[in-house]
Design a protein around this ligand. Structure first.
Ligand code: NAD
Ligand code: TDX
Length: 319
């Protein structure tokens, strides 16, 4: 039986956590294709090199010339994590987002169409649904797509391509949409790593706008468990929302981390708001709970403790 997975973007935050999770909990053989952008973390993947279930290919899913090397064999599944993932960067320059998130996904879909993989899971985001008011119910899989920034528009475009290849060509394609992840190996440009590392160094923590924007936080390992369930039991053509059900304002997140680190709230520093800043994300995970038996297991407080411990260890090891 073919159990060879192609994982794209596996040197990034969630991809590397997913590979680690699979190597511990399954017998899949994994090819990790990553172009090693600024967001990748080679330390995160070094630990996989000793595994006989793993190989790394330094290739770019947006580059057509790399596709022959990536698809010189047939895969049981593609799991597409590869993306430009930071909203602030997409506001400054959207071009790499179009190239990787849209054209890269298109290249993978063409490979599935050409028989190079038996299925594909597209790793998407709650941001494709746009922004909620405080009193709105959470996003469901039926919520219309309404992205508000170039990053989320590029992810929504990819989702629409996946949808079209499912409907037009009847390919076995599934989409997962997850809320904000946090945990080990996340790039320091993202909110929670920035809060922890600035607080540990007693550097001001920049808060966009009034700090009352809300995100629905999920510990990365809970997301990885959900993706494995979708890989093994998901229904082609379906979308699965995945959320931690831990809605917090950005200020609440900062205050919790400062309290845990015994640091002063004086580090909080309000700055100009992000352009087009989405006010609130919230996910209804009822479908994946009822269809695939998934639920988040790590509370926000526990996940933050684990994440802080990981960052402290990194700081100690680098001394
Ligand atoms: P990340 O930025 O940490 O990692 C992305 C990885 O993709 C990097 O290793 C990078 O080198 C690689 N990559 C970028 N362009 C590539 C290309 N053209 N070819 C091959 N590799 C390329 O991102 P992340 O936070 O781990 O997110 C992974 C996926 O999950 C993304 O698709 C993102 O949209 C989605 N997602 C992220 C979150 C979150 O909170 N971080 C939430 C929901 C969904
Ligand atoms: O310095 C900061 N100050 C601040 O107030 C940063 C980096 C962020 N913020 C705010 C903006 C958001 O309201 O914190 C919140 C979280 O910001 P990000 O970490 O940039 O995440 P977000 O924009 O919500 O997008 C994330 O979740 C969905 C990921 O980066 C995406 O890849 C994912 O799809």
């Amino acid at each position: 039986m073919n159990n060879h997975l192609l994982i794209t973007g596996g040197a990034g935050f969630i991809g590397a956590n997913f590979i680690s999770y699979l190597l511990k909990s399954s017998n899949y053989y994994i090819t990790n294709v990553d172009s090693l952008t600024y967001a990748s973390n080679t330390e995160a993947i070094k630990r996989f090199e000793k595994s006989s279930q793993y190989q790394f290919l330094h290739r770019d899913i947006g580059n057509e010339e790399d596709l022959d090397a990536i698809f010189d064999q047939k895969y049981a599944a593609i799991i597409n994590f590869a993306a430009e993932s930071h909203v602030d960067r997409s506001i400054v320059d959207a071009a790499p987002f179009i190239r990787t998130n849209i054209n890269g996904t298109f290249n993978l879909l063409q490979a599935v169409l050409n028989g190079k993989a038996m299925k594909m899971i597209q790793i998407s985001t709650d941001e494709v649904y746009g922004s909620l008011q405080l009193t709105d119910p959470p996003f469901t899989e039926e919520t219309p797509i309404a992205p508000n920034n170039p990053y989320s528009a590029s992810k929504a475009s990819a989702d629409l391509l996946v949808r079209s290849y499912f409907n037009t060509h009847q390919l076995p394609l599934t989409i997962t949409r997850c809320s904000n992840n946090y945990g080990p190996f996340q790039n320091a440009e993202k909110f929670i790593p920035k809060v922890i590392s600035n607080a540990l160094k007693n550097i001001d923590i920049p808060v966009y706008g009034d700090g009352l924007n809300i995100r629905d936080w999920i510990y990365v390992e809970d997301h990885c468990r959900a993706i494995k369930l979708v890989l093994e039991n998901g229904v082609p053509g379906e979308v699965y929302n995945i959320g931690g059900s831990e809605e917090k304002t950005n200020l609440e997140v900062i205050q919790l981390i400062l309290k845990k680190l015994k640091k002063s709230d004086d580090l909080i520093h309000f700055i100009e708001d992000r352009k087009g800043h989405d006010r609130r994300y919230s996910m209804d995970s009822g479908k994946i709970a009822s269809k695939l038996g998934w639920k988040a297991l790590v509370s926000f407080s526990e996940g933050i403790d684990r994440t802080i411990d990981w960052y402290k260890k990194q700081e100690n090891d680098s001394r």
